[in-house]
Design a protein around this ligand. Sequence first.
Ligand SMILES: [Zn+2]
Length: 144
Amino acid sequence: MLGVCKSCGAVNRMDANTALQKKPVCGKCQKEIELHDLTQEVTSEAFNKVLRNSKIPIVVDFWASWCGPCKVYGPTFQEVSKEYPNKVQFLKVNTEQEQQLSASFGIRGIPATIIFVNGKKKDSISGALNHDQLKQWINAKTNE
Ligand SMILES: [Zn+2]
């Protein structure tokens, strides 16, 4: 998986299982890379870096702090991230901070989850999914 450093912007290739055991640090500036389980909050710049460099599918949760269902969905998204170490990359985008990025993918309601395969948007799904729904959707989209 990839870890984008918030301090220097470097994209670090790292092992998800190791990242679950101990906090990863940036290979360039040695600062800690902020992960929540295997999810990370990204700016549009960091998102584009991951999209360009990822060799695995990327699943993105578009959310906002004022959105009630997003608060329910967040922990589910985080839990599910641990079930795909090095197989799927999990990112979170704050739609209030990254309005242009959210608009560019046509997001109207949140939470919205989008999956990218080979650098291209493959599908999107609206609303707060439960654990099994999210897994089934990811499995279906990565096996097509
Ligand atoms: Zn760094």
